[in-house]
Design a protein around this ligand. Sequence first.
Ligand code: AMP
Length: 233
Amino acid sequence: MTAASTPRRIIILLGMPGVGKGTQAQFIAETYHLNHIDTGQALRAEIALVSELGKQAQSYMNQGQLVPLPVVMEVIKAAIVRTSDTQAGILFDGFPRNAEQAEQLAQIAQDLSLCIDQVLYLETPQAILMDRLAYRQTCSQCDAKYNSKLHPPKQPGLCDTCHTPLTTRPDDRPEVIENRLKAYETETAPLIAYYEAQGLLKRINANQSMETVFRDIRQGLTPLFQSAGPVGA
Ligand code: AMP
Protein backbone atom coordinates (compact mmCIF):
# COMPACT_ATOMS: atom_id res chain seq x y z
CA MET A 1 0.00 0.00 0.00
CA THR A 2 1.43 3.41 -0.92
CA ALA A 3 0.44 6.84 0.34
CA ALA A 4 -0.72 7.84 -3.14
CA SER A 5 -3.07 4.91 -3.57
CA THR A 6 -4.15 4.07 -0.04
CA PRO A 7 -7.64 2.86 0.72
CA ARG A 8 -9.64 5.76 2.10
CA ARG A 9 -11.47 4.56 5.19
CA ILE A 10 -10.46 3.55 8.68
CA ILE A 11 -13.14 1.88 10.79
CA ILE A 12 -12.38 0.54 14.27
CA LEU A 13 -14.26 -2.18 16.16
CA LEU A 14 -14.05 -1.79 19.92
CA GLY A 15 -15.53 -4.02 22.62
CA MET A 16 -14.88 -6.60 25.32
CA PRO A 17 -13.50 -10.04 24.46
CA GLY A 18 -16.36 -12.31 23.37
CA VAL A 19 -18.72 -9.49 22.43
CA GLY A 20 -18.88 -10.68 18.82
CA LYS A 21 -16.34 -8.40 17.12
CA GLY A 22 -15.02 -11.20 14.91
CA THR A 23 -18.44 -12.14 13.53
CA GLN A 24 -19.44 -8.54 12.88
CA ALA A 25 -16.03 -7.77 11.38
CA GLN A 26 -16.60 -10.43 8.73
CA PHE A 27 -20.02 -8.98 7.83
CA ILE A 28 -18.67 -5.42 7.75
CA ALA A 29 -15.54 -6.22 5.72
CA GLU A 30 -17.57 -8.10 3.14
CA THR A 31 -20.39 -5.56 2.85
CA TYR A 32 -18.24 -2.44 2.68
CA HIS A 33 -15.23 -3.95 0.90
CA LEU A 34 -12.73 -3.34 3.67
CA ASN A 35 -9.38 -4.97 4.44
CA HIS A 36 -9.92 -6.69 7.78
CA ILE A 37 -6.99 -6.54 10.20
CA ASP A 38 -7.54 -8.69 13.30
CA THR A 39 -4.53 -8.39 15.59
CA GLY A 40 -5.41 -11.41 17.74
CA GLN A 41 -5.66 -13.56 14.61
CA ALA A 42 -2.45 -12.11 13.18
CA LEU A 43 -0.60 -12.84 16.45
CA ARG A 44 -1.96 -16.40 16.57
CA ALA A 45 -0.70 -16.87 12.98
CA GLU A 46 2.79 -15.74 14.11
CA ILE A 47 2.65 -18.25 16.98
CA ALA A 48 1.66 -21.03 14.57
CA LEU A 49 4.65 -20.12 12.38
CA VAL A 50 6.92 -20.18 15.46
CA SER A 51 8.29 -16.84 14.23
CA GLU A 52 10.31 -14.48 16.42
CA LEU A 53 7.23 -12.26 16.83
CA GLY A 54 5.12 -15.28 17.72
CA LYS A 55 7.60 -16.37 20.37
CA GLN A 56 7.57 -12.88 21.90
CA ALA A 57 3.76 -12.73 21.91
CA GLN A 58 2.92 -16.22 23.14
CA SER A 59 3.48 -15.97 26.90
CA TYR A 60 1.52 -12.69 27.11
CA MET A 61 -1.38 -14.14 25.15
CA ASN A 62 -1.46 -17.35 27.19
CA GLN A 63 -1.81 -15.25 30.32
CA GLY A 64 -4.46 -12.96 28.86
CA GLN A 65 -2.23 -9.89 28.91
CA LEU A 66 -1.70 -7.36 26.17
CA VAL A 67 1.30 -8.07 23.94
CA PRO A 68 3.99 -5.32 24.14
CA LEU A 69 3.66 -2.38 21.77
CA PRO A 70 6.69 -3.07 19.49
CA VAL A 71 5.42 -6.59 18.70
CA VAL A 72 1.89 -5.39 18.00
CA MET A 73 3.09 -2.51 15.82
CA GLU A 74 5.28 -4.80 13.75
CA VAL A 75 2.30 -7.07 13.12
CA ILE A 76 0.05 -4.10 12.30
CA LYS A 77 2.53 -2.49 9.91
CA ALA A 78 3.08 -5.80 8.07
CA ALA A 79 -0.70 -6.24 7.77
CA ILE A 80 -1.14 -2.69 6.42
CA VAL A 81 1.51 -3.31 3.76
CA ARG A 82 -0.47 -6.37 2.64
CA THR A 83 -3.79 -4.49 2.30
CA SER A 84 -5.35 -4.23 -1.11
CA ASP A 85 -5.81 -0.84 -2.77
CA THR A 86 -8.92 -2.12 -4.51
CA GLN A 87 -10.72 -2.19 -1.15
CA ALA A 88 -12.39 0.88 0.34
CA GLY A 89 -10.25 1.00 3.45
CA ILE A 90 -9.23 -0.85 6.60
CA LEU A 91 -11.30 -2.34 9.39
CA PHE A 92 -9.27 -2.70 12.59
CA ASP A 93 -10.56 -5.44 14.88
CA GLY A 94 -8.81 -5.68 18.25
CA PHE A 95 -6.58 -2.65 17.61
CA PRO A 96 -6.01 -0.16 19.15
CA ARG A 97 -6.29 -1.68 22.62
CA ASN A 98 -4.79 1.06 24.77
CA ALA A 99 -3.86 4.75 24.66
CA GLU A 100 -0.35 4.27 23.26
CA GLN A 101 -1.68 2.10 20.42
CA ALA A 102 -4.35 4.74 19.67
CA GLU A 103 -1.57 7.34 19.39
CA GLN A 104 0.38 5.07 17.05
CA LEU A 105 -2.70 4.61 14.88
CA ALA A 106 -3.31 8.37 14.75
CA GLN A 107 0.28 8.78 13.52
CA ILE A 108 -0.08 6.04 10.89
CA ALA A 109 -3.32 7.63 9.66
CA GLN A 110 -1.61 11.01 9.40
CA ASP A 111 1.38 9.55 7.54
CA LEU A 112 -0.93 7.88 5.02
CA SER A 113 -3.27 10.92 4.76
CA LEU A 114 -6.21 8.95 6.13
CA CYS A 115 -8.60 9.75 8.89
CA ILE A 116 -10.50 7.51 11.26
CA ASP A 117 -14.12 7.61 10.11
CA GLN A 118 -15.93 5.71 12.84
CA VAL A 119 -15.29 3.69 15.98
CA LEU A 120 -17.99 1.07 16.48
CA TYR A 121 -18.24 0.26 20.17
CA LEU A 122 -20.07 -3.04 20.74
CA GLU A 123 -21.54 -2.88 24.25
CA THR A 124 -22.91 -5.72 26.33
CA PRO A 125 -23.15 -6.63 30.04
CA GLN A 126 -19.96 -8.42 31.13
CA ALA A 127 -21.96 -11.20 32.85
CA ILE A 128 -22.91 -12.89 29.57
CA LEU A 129 -19.39 -12.92 28.14
CA MET A 130 -17.98 -15.66 30.37
CA ASP A 131 -20.22 -18.33 28.78
CA ARG A 132 -19.55 -17.04 25.29
CA LEU A 133 -15.79 -17.35 25.79
CA ALA A 134 -15.44 -20.36 28.08
CA TYR A 135 -17.47 -22.64 25.76
CA ARG A 136 -16.18 -21.22 22.47
CA GLN A 137 -14.95 -23.78 19.91
CA THR A 138 -13.54 -23.24 16.43
CA CYS A 139 -13.05 -25.56 13.48
CA SER A 140 -9.36 -25.58 12.61
CA GLN A 141 -10.22 -26.52 9.03
CA CYS A 142 -12.97 -24.08 7.95
CA ASP A 143 -12.91 -21.60 10.89
CA ALA A 144 -16.63 -22.18 11.68
CA LYS A 145 -17.48 -20.98 15.20
CA TYR A 146 -19.47 -22.93 17.80
CA ASN A 147 -20.25 -22.70 21.49
CA SER A 148 -20.63 -26.04 23.25
CA LYS A 149 -23.23 -24.51 25.59
CA LEU A 150 -25.03 -21.80 23.59
CA HIS A 151 -24.65 -22.99 19.97
CA PRO A 152 -23.36 -26.60 20.05
CA PRO A 153 -22.35 -28.60 16.96
CA LYS A 154 -24.64 -31.53 16.06
CA GLN A 155 -21.95 -34.02 17.16
CA PRO A 156 -20.00 -32.85 20.21
CA GLY A 157 -16.50 -31.70 19.31
CA LEU A 158 -16.93 -32.04 15.52
CA CYS A 159 -17.60 -29.38 12.88
CA ASP A 160 -21.07 -29.67 11.27
CA THR A 161 -19.71 -28.72 7.86
CA CYS A 162 -16.40 -30.55 7.48
CA HIS A 163 -16.44 -32.94 10.51
CA THR A 164 -13.01 -31.76 11.62
CA PRO A 165 -12.35 -31.87 15.39
CA LEU A 166 -13.06 -28.51 17.04
CA THR A 167 -10.38 -26.68 19.01
CA THR A 168 -10.49 -24.37 22.03
CA ARG A 169 -8.18 -21.36 22.23
CA PRO A 170 -5.58 -21.65 25.02
CA ASP A 171 -6.64 -18.21 26.28
CA ASP A 172 -10.30 -19.25 26.60
CA ARG A 173 -9.63 -20.96 29.97
CA PRO A 174 -11.65 -19.32 32.80
CA GLU A 175 -8.63 -17.93 34.70
CA VAL A 176 -7.17 -16.44 31.51
CA ILE A 177 -10.55 -15.02 30.48
CA GLU A 178 -10.63 -13.12 33.77
CA ASN A 179 -7.25 -11.57 32.98
CA ARG A 180 -8.39 -10.63 29.49
CA LEU A 181 -11.49 -8.92 30.88
CA LYS A 182 -9.33 -7.08 33.45
CA ALA A 183 -6.90 -5.97 30.71
CA TYR A 184 -9.90 -4.69 28.77
CA GLU A 185 -11.21 -2.70 31.76
CA THR A 186 -7.91 -1.07 32.65
CA GLU A 187 -6.31 -0.58 29.23
CA THR A 188 -8.94 -0.64 26.49
CA ALA A 189 -12.10 0.80 28.10
CA PRO A 190 -10.54 4.31 28.40
CA LEU A 191 -10.54 4.45 24.58
CA ILE A 192 -14.34 4.76 24.70
CA ALA A 193 -14.07 8.25 26.20
CA TYR A 194 -11.04 9.05 24.00
CA TYR A 195 -12.93 8.42 20.75
CA GLU A 196 -16.20 9.82 22.11
CA ALA A 197 -14.43 13.13 22.76
CA GLN A 198 -13.36 13.13 19.09
CA GLY A 199 -16.98 12.59 17.98
CA LEU A 200 -16.07 9.26 16.36
CA LEU A 201 -17.77 6.78 18.69
CA LYS A 202 -20.93 4.94 17.67
CA ARG A 203 -22.45 2.80 20.44
CA ILE A 204 -24.02 -0.48 19.30
CA ASN A 205 -26.10 -2.73 21.57
CA ALA A 206 -24.36 -6.08 21.08
CA ASN A 207 -26.75 -7.95 23.36
CA GLN A 208 -29.05 -8.81 20.43
CA SER A 209 -29.02 -11.38 17.63
CA MET A 210 -26.03 -11.05 15.29
CA GLU A 211 -28.39 -10.02 12.46
CA THR A 212 -29.84 -7.19 14.56
CA VAL A 213 -26.40 -6.05 15.67
CA PHE A 214 -25.32 -5.88 12.04
CA ARG A 215 -28.51 -4.00 11.08
CA ASP A 216 -27.63 -1.36 13.70
CA ILE A 217 -24.04 -1.18 12.44
CA ARG A 218 -25.27 -0.71 8.86
CA GLN A 219 -27.45 2.22 9.92
CA GLY A 220 -24.31 4.06 10.98
CA LEU A 221 -21.95 2.94 8.25
CA THR A 222 -24.06 3.01 5.09
CA PRO A 223 -24.59 6.83 5.05
CA LEU A 224 -20.87 7.26 5.63
CA PHE A 225 -19.95 5.09 2.65
CA GLN A 226 -22.68 6.48 0.41
CA SER A 227 -21.45 10.00 0.99
CA ALA A 228 -18.07 8.96 -0.45
CA GLY A 229 -19.41 7.40 -3.65
CA PRO A 230 -20.60 4.05 -4.86
CA VAL A 231 -18.54 1.82 -2.54
CA GLY A 232 -20.45 -0.26 0.02
CA ALA A 233 -24.07 -1.27 0.60
P1 AMP B 1 -8.33 -11.46 20.54
O1 AMP B 1 -8.25 -12.51 19.48
O2 AMP B 1 -8.67 -10.11 20.00
O3 AMP B 1 -9.22 -11.88 21.68
O4 AMP B 1 -6.87 -11.32 21.15
C1 AMP B 1 -6.23 -12.40 21.77
C2 AMP B 1 -5.01 -11.92 22.51
O5 AMP B 1 -4.06 -11.39 21.58
C3 AMP B 1 -5.23 -10.82 23.54
O6 AMP B 1 -5.67 -11.32 24.79
C4 AMP B 1 -3.83 -10.21 23.62
O7 AMP B 1 -2.97 -11.03 24.39
C5 AMP B 1 -3.36 -10.29 22.17
N1 AMP B 1 -3.72 -9.07 21.41
C6 AMP B 1 -4.58 -8.97 20.38
N2 AMP B 1 -4.64 -7.69 19.92
C7 AMP B 1 -3.76 -7.00 20.68
C8 AMP B 1 -3.38 -5.64 20.71
N3 AMP B 1 -3.89 -4.72 19.86
N4 AMP B 1 -2.47 -5.26 21.64
C9 AMP B 1 -1.92 -6.15 22.50
N5 AMP B 1 -2.25 -7.44 22.54
C10 AMP B 1 -3.17 -7.88 21.64
